[in-house]
Design a protein around this ligand. Structure first.
Ligand SMILES: Cc1ncc(COP(=O)(O)O)c(C=O)c1O
Length: 471
């Protein structure tokens, strides 16, 4: 534990007690021994199949629909490998849709969770904050300001959706009585009553009352960058003129993730952000998925947009979600308050993950994120060249990569995800028209051999499907 408490406090004396230190060392040793049994993907253990199927059935029943994938973990893994309840071991290349950036059972995360377990506070928030909440908020502001950012505040939350809701409250209050939002076609912002209107998937708000008016702007098209920038600018100006002074914010997802992995570019974003500045509309960046997946901690830093950002949200790979904002957005009145802003283990883990990402060789053009991303792309490109009839792409870069299988047909994409699951690779679909296969690689744990093994499985699975369909 590396909090601000000093040894005059009993908590620190407890954490430094040789018995505690010894116990933690023993646990890590035992973990390492057992993790080493996970040395590659393996099929299920047939003696566990019946109980696992029953558990999956019950999970689906309780949830009201089947799980997105037949995935229920045992709670142990090793790097990119994870063990499931049927005894199978799989390569996790979707990492909980972007959560396990350091892979499974990383010693630093296990240590963080043990330290958290020794704390008296399970969940932190309103009136039960320990020093690590403050330290994490400070560290996130420092990371956000490492170039030209100007964040003065950071409010933690337990979900990406809640971090986005908190951001919306700030901009609505500042721009009151503005009551509209600008967002991108194909974007995803979460699933609360408000956010399901911003997320551009009508089926996600089926039967829900309209809570907020949203005006959509087309996203960047890498095949015609100049035309798409001009069309988006025109559409943005149209909305701003149609509803003068009524927009509280424009939400930017700089690389659309759930939409199927579509990166924008700097010129496109700046064109729109300049128009927004002209009209005094605050700029919100949703980095719940993009944080830590480009050449910089924040994707707005990767695209060089620091000076434009008024509020940014993070989540997923950090384990704790947060809303970072600049002074003018600091609300009057108790607009933001939560019993729970994060579990102690999530807060310890977030700090360990930040430490690893910032002190390791992850960012920059020569950093691990781009290096592993480029290697994975080169392997997928080779597959595409051998099977041009079956896949298009790959798309994306760094920690967010996708390809389009079988012309983007959503059913065929879902079948491929399922076939890859059976063959030992976890990935997921993204987007709808076309549907793509997405990977959020755990680059904090992955090795080149893992990428080789995964791409061999991808190619074998695609070849098998193609030959079954008769070419
Ligand atoms: C860009 C983006 N925003 C918001 C969210 C919502 O986050 P959560 O699922 O933690 O509520 C997600 C989740 O996928 C996301 O990708």
């Amino acid at each position: 534990m590396d909090g601000q408490l000093n040894s005059q406090c009993v908590a620190d004396q407890f954490h430094q007690d040789p018995r505690v230190i010894q116990a933690k060392r023993l646990i890590l040793d035992a973990l390492s021994t057992h993790q080493h049994k996970l040395d590659g993907p393996r099929p299920s253990n047939s003696s566990l199949d019946t109980s696992y199927m029953a558990l999956l059935g019950e999970a689906g029943k309780l949830r009201g629909r089947p799980l997105m994938l037949p995935y229920i973990g045992t709670g142990i893994g090793r790097g990119a490998l994870v063990e499931l309840g049927d005894g199978s071991v799989k390569y996790d290349f979707i990492s909980g849709i972007g959560v396990h950036v350091l892979g499974h059972s990383h010693p630093a995360i296990v240590m963080a969770a043990i330290d958290a377990a020794l704390s008296d506070t399970i969940m932190q928030g309103n009136l039960q904050q320990n020093s690590e909440s403050v330290e994490l908020a400070r560290e996130l502001c420092e990371v956000g300001n490492r170039n030209d950012g100007h964040f003065t505040h950071c409010f933690l939350a337990t979900s990406g959706a809640m971090a986005n809701e908190n951001a919306l409250k700030l901009v609505f209050q500042q721009k009151a009585p503005a009551n509209r939002i600008l967002a991108f076609r194909g974007g995803f912002a979460g699933r609360t009553l408000a956010l399901s209107h911003i997320t551009d998937r009508p089926e996600y708000r089926q039967g829900l009352p309209e809570t907020v008016a949203v005006d959509y702007v087309p996203f960047f098209d890498s095949e015609c960058p100049i035309k798409s920038t001009s069309e988006a600018s025109q559409q943005l100006r149209y909305h701003l003129q149609k509803y003068p002074g009524e927009h509280a914010v424009m939400i930017f997802e700089l690389i659309q993730g759930e939409g199927g992995v579509y990166p924008g570019n700097r010129e496109f974003f700046i064109a729109l952000m300049d128009i927004l500045r002209e009209h005094h509309v605050p700029i919100m960046i949703d980095e719940i998925q993009t944080f830590g997946r480009t050449t910089e901690p924040f994707a707005f830093q990767h695209f060089g947009l620091d000076e434009y950002v008024d509020v940014v949200t993070v989540g997923k790979l950090l384990q704790v979600c947060a809303t970072l904002f600049s002074e003018p957005l600091n609300p009057s009145g108790p607009l933001l308050s939560q019993t729970f802003t994060g579990s102690t283990s999530a807060i310890f883990a977030a700090r360990a993950i930040l430490r690893e990402l910032l002190s390791g060789d992850y960012f920059g053009e020569a950093g691990k994120i781009l290096k592993f991303g480029n290697y994975f792309i080169s392997r997928l490109t080779a597959i595409q060249q051998r099977h041009p009839e079956a896949i298009d792409g790959p798309f994306g870069f760094g920690g967010m990569i996708a390809f389009t299988p079988f012309g983007g047909n959503p059913q065929k994409a879902a079948q491929l995800v399922r076939a890859l699951f059976e063959a030992g690779v976890l990935c997921f679909t993204g987007g709808n028209q076309p549907a793509r296969i997405r990977f959020l690689v755990p680059y904090g744990a992955v090795r080149y051999e893992d990428i080789d093994a995964v791409t061999v499985i991808v190619e074998q699975t695609i070849s098998r499907i193609v030959s079954l369909r008769g070419g």
